[in-house]
Design a protein around this ligand. Structure first.
Ligand code: NAD
Ligand code: GLY
Length: 364
């Protein structure tokens, strides 16, 4: 088992990574205020992994209320959130109840937002079961839901008490979802960890073959990067850089997800195409060279990720991007690369360069 710490003073918490951790409820028990858990999952993950967790918890005298939602990004909305509140109230969950998310990023974001808001906040535990959730969404405390006009537009920062990433659960993950997670893994290499980018190039075949050691290393290294960034800028308020850098490709990617309808493009797929747009724009600014752009394209393609975006038209991209949370007082700040392994936030890209980068990455 690998263990990392997210250093946030009194809200610090551990991330445990390893195979077979689902049954290790001894890691969860000391965190519970009362022996009561509301377990939020979905119709795909619950039949696979809920039993082992619930049985282990019940053996230790913990009462579990399962709350099983419909599966999919299209359900990351108010209706699902309300179903969680309804179930919590119907089962008389109180402030001592811990909400536990068992699933991918959709369940983690929804359950986390419910934990942040139910009775003004209850303890939260993340048990991520997708690669994307194990390397990114379960760490750092961003929770929330989508709005028809924009991704993750309603939410809260609410840190978990613990992240328990059982790498054994990745065995049942569909190939397309594994690739989606790799988009966020590659992101860490691109924004701040060039040696990790080199490692990913050398080990992509092992990751795609689900080699346990390679996956555990990639998850640990990703979480270590994310933990450092979050510890330095938890609420994404740094004027330059900071936590916003974790959003490489996301402003373009969120436009793809919203523009295509939630669930059509997976989050990681949209991030991959969006990353190509950010990389192409960085080349137009003279920061990256053509060989750098090619290097990123090849790695994303090797991870079976899309490198061209849907042809929504640049005007529609820009309209959707104008809702991004990094837009402040009308100014759009994009995450771009100065070099491979070094990202910046940049608010001065010329309109025609942004349009050209989008066009190029929709038509190749
Ligand atoms: P997801 O939660 O939709 O899961 C992907 C699919 O895999 C779903 O169908 C799910 O039921 C299924 N699944 C989950 N675990 C499985 C397993 N072990 N075996 C088989 N199937 C399994 O998608 P995701 O990629 O995990 O997360 C994407 C979401 O995360 C997006 O909504 C995105 O906005 C959000 N996100 C949040 C953060 C954050 O910091 N909070 C960061 C990145 C992404
Ligand atoms: N996924 C971006 C962040 O957590 O800030």
């Amino acid at each position: 088992m690998r263990c990392l710490n997210v250093a946030l003073a009194e809200r610090s918490y551990p991330i445990y990574i390893g195979a077979g951790l689902l049954g290790r409820v001894g890691l969860i028990l000391p965190l519970l205020r009362t022996p009561r858990i509301a377990l939020v999952s979905n119709t795909t993950v619950a039949p696979l992994y809920m039993d082992v967790l619930v049985k282990a918890l019940e053996k230790e005298g913990v009462g579990v209320t399962p709350i099983i939602l419909a599966d999919g990004e299209a359900h990351k909305n108010w209706q699902s959130l309300n179903l969680i509140y309804d179930a919590l109230l119907a089962s008389r969950c109180d402030r001592g109840t811990t909400i536990l998310a068992l699933g991918g990023g959709v369940i983690g974001d929804l359950a986390g937002f419910a934990a942040a808001t139910y009775q003004r906040g209850v303890p939260f535990v993340q048990v991520p079961t997708t690669l994307l959730a194990q390397v990114d969404s379960s760490v750092g405390g961003k929770t929330g839901i989508n709005h028809p006009r924009g991704k993750n537009m309603v939410g809260a920062f609410w840190q978990p008490k613990l992240v328990l990433a059982d790498t054994g659960t990745l065995r049942t993950l569909p190939d397309r979802e594994l690739s989606a997670g790799l988009a966020e893994v590659i992101k860490y290499g691109l924004i701040r960890d060039l040696p990790f980018l080199d490692w990913l190039e050398a080990n992509m075949d092992k990751l795609l073959a689900r080699d346990g050691e390679a996956l555990a290393y990639a998850i640990e290294r990703s979480c270590a990067n994310k933990a450092e960034v979050v510890a330095a800028d938890e609420l994404e308020t740094a004027r330059e850089g900071g936590r916003a850098l974790l959003n490489l490709g996301h402003t373009f990617g969120h436009a793809i997800e919203t523009g295509m309808g939630y669930g059509e493009w997976l989050h990681g797929e949209a991030v991959a195409a969006g990353t190509m747009m950010a990389v192409e724009l960085s080349r137009r600014l003279g920061w990256l060279c053509a060989a750098d752009v090619e290097r990123v394209r090849i790695l994303l393609q090797r991870a079976a990720l899309p490198v061209t975006g849907p042809d929504l038209g640049a005007a529609r991209y820009l309209e959707l991007m104008s809702h991004d949370k990094k837009v402040i007082a009308g100014s759009m700040r994009l995450v771009l690369l100065k070099t491979l392994g070094s990202a910046v936030t940049h608010g001065d890209a010329r309109h025609e360069d942004i349009v050209a980068a989008i066009d190029r990455c929709c038509h190749e």
